[in-house]
Design a protein around this ligand. Structure first.
Ligand SMILES: Nc1ncnc2c1ncn2[C@@H]1O[C@H](COP(=O)(O)OP(=O)(O)OP(=O)(O)O)[C@@H](O)[C@H]1O
Ligand SMILES: [Mg+2]
Length: 506
């Protein structure tokens, strides 16, 4: 079916010209004369794109653009030749693309085709968003997919790093081959090494059989090294070797193994900062950072929130078999204004809980939990601690530990999927005085790179009390996800386990 394009008639002469050339190029076009017509068309038989022929500064155009954004319809604006900076106008108005009048019909056609292709790419990859930041990410994905260079994806937790990694693989010539994800923070050093590179039979007690590592399993495909910043120094050296000459040894092996694997790595902290802190090798950083993608936090691209919310509502209402009408404008506004420390994942989980629980089949302001409504960031305090080096515990024990970690990761994943409930408000404990601090007050703490949250204490608390309360808060905030809680607290997952045992927290 031909791609459908609407053309507004604010500049009738332009509209007629554009309409004729697009028809000739095989588009299914329609000229629309008023805001209502357009909005109806957006809701009814959805166009693939809308061209605004003029009147970009009118309020009708702005409302149309908002409707188009909410329904994931691309927009191309024709900017007046007298306007000084079309790019500035385009960004200000939230156009997907813009051209200066009088635009060449061939250029309009080519731009439209590109926009429509990008929209298809979004449908295929599930990466939603009309903000310039997301559009830029999509352009990068298109450019990066065909080559084999290593990619580093950075962004806060829940911003879509894994989604992007999968998209790069799915759009690459490797898409028919394996995509293997490894979480580098979940395993202690020796286990991670045997996980990545495999081991020979008898390499250590418990290694009854030869086991292929993830690099071998990913041969021909892509390996996704998640939370790569958490990798121990010795493993970093081995990874560097693989990146340099694509060869490695299985643990206990003597034969070099050569693989053809594309490496995509992700980190939710700045790797460069980690290099500065001395916990990440700079040579490895440069090897990983050949191509890079940065995913900005949701609070820096709030214009994407309405589209995300509407899409999640439709999708999750179908999943849970709920008849659902949508969301009221004031409820949507609250979601747009919220801070979203957990980014898109948190937004999605919240929408899911509201779709299941909202009594009226519609999300209203009162259905939104208080902590989101009040826009408070509910992060636990951070206690700076040096990263614990994995101990030299026996290999057998680690072998058992591996199975437990695997199981735990699956459970966490399951829990994350089913537990869409918003976090309880996290209680923050105060350090350095009994007076309450406003969320904005900050204590200087040279050990914590980004001391965003107040670190608070109550008179009479011992250091263990403080630590226990912080762990409690972090677990509540992450819905019991220990990996995330450890990350938020800035300690290793194993350290968290030890402390949970020590403080008898379950
Ligand atoms: N732009 C987006 N459009 C649609 N869904 C998104 C987008 N970004 C993230 N999501 C959804 O949010 C959730 C979290 O995404 P993902 O797992 O890729 O994040 P992440 O950055 O890897 O998080 P973490 O650092 O915690 O591992 C997933 O359900 C994903 O589908
Ligand atoms: Mg991830």
């Amino acid at each position: 079916m031909a791609d459908r394009v609407l053309i507004t008639t604010d500049d009738l002469e332009q509209a007629v010209r554009v309409n004729a050339s697009l028809e000739q190029a095989g588009f299914d076009t329609a000229m629309v004369s008023s805001l209502d017509d357009v909005r109806q068309s957006v809701r009814g038989r959805q166009p693939d794109a809308i061209i605004l022929s003029g009147g970009l500064h009118e309020s009708t155009a702005q409302r149309l653009l908002a409707a188009a954004r909410d329904h994931a319809v691309s927009t191309l604006g024709l900017v007046e030749p007298t306007d000084a900076d079309p790019a500035e106008i385009g960004r200000e108005l939230g156009l997907t693309a813009w051209l200066k009048k009088p635009a060449d019909p061939a250029e309009i056609t080519a731009t439209l085709r590109r926009l429509i292709e990008r929209r298809r790419l979004q449908q295929r990859t599930g990466i939603l968003g009309e903000s310039p930041a997301i559009q830029e990410v999509l352009v990068k994905i298109e450019q990066m997919a065909p080559v084999t260079s290593t990619v580093l994806i950075e962004g806060e937790s829940g911003t879509g790093k894994e989604l992007v990694a999968r998209a790069i693989h799915d759009l690459s010539p490797r898409h028919g081959k394996a995509f293997i994800a490894v979480n580098c923070a979940a395993l202690p050093e020796t286990l991670l090494e045997s996980e990545l590179f495999g081991h020979e039979k008898g390499a250590f007690t418990g290694a009854a059989e030869r086991r292929l590592g993830r690099f071998e399993l990913a041969n021909g495909g892509t390996i996704f090294l998640d939370e790569v910043g958490e990798m121990a120094p010795a493993t970093q050296v081995k990874l560097l070797r693989v990146l340099e000459d694509r060869t490695f040894f299985r643990v206990g092996g003597t034969q070099p193994i050569r693989v053809d694997v594309r490496v995509v790595a992700a980190s939710n902290q700045s790797l460069k900062e980690r290099v500065g802190l001395g916990t990440f090798r700079d040579d490895l950083f440069y090897r990983l950072n050949v191509l890079s993608v940065y995913l900005p936090p949701l609070r820096e691209r709030r214009s994407d929130i309405p589209l995300l919310v509407r899409t999640f509502i439709t999708e999750l209402a179908t999943t849970h078999d709920r008849k659902f009408q949508g969301i009221t404008p004031d409820a949507l506004q609250i979601l747009i204004d919220a801070d979203w420390p957990g980014n898109v994942r948190q937004l999605r989980n919240l929408v899911e809980s509201m779709v299941v629980l909202a009594p009226e089949g519609e999300i209203r302001a009162t259905d939104i939990p208080r902590d989101v409504r009040e826009r408070t960031r509910t992060l636990p305090m951070r206690i700076a601690q040096p990263r614990e080096e994995p101990g030299a515990g026996s290999r057998e024990l680690e072998f058992i530990f591996r199975s437990l970690v695997d199981l735990k990761m699956q459970l966490d994943d399951l829990r994350r999927r089913i537990d869409g409930r918003p976090s309880d408000r996290v209680e923050v404990i105060e350090v350095g005085g009994s007076t309450s601090r406003t969320p904005d007050s900050r204590l200087p703490d040279p050990l914590t790179p980004e001391p965003e949250e107040p670190v608070i204490y109550k008179t009479g608390m011992s250091m263990s009390d403080v630590e226990k309360a912080a762990i409690d808060a972090a677990l509540r905030e992450t819905h019991g996800n220990r990996r995330k809680a450890a990350e938020n607290l800035g300690i290793g997952e194993r350290t968290l386990y030890r402390k949970l045992k020590e403080y008898a927290i379950d």
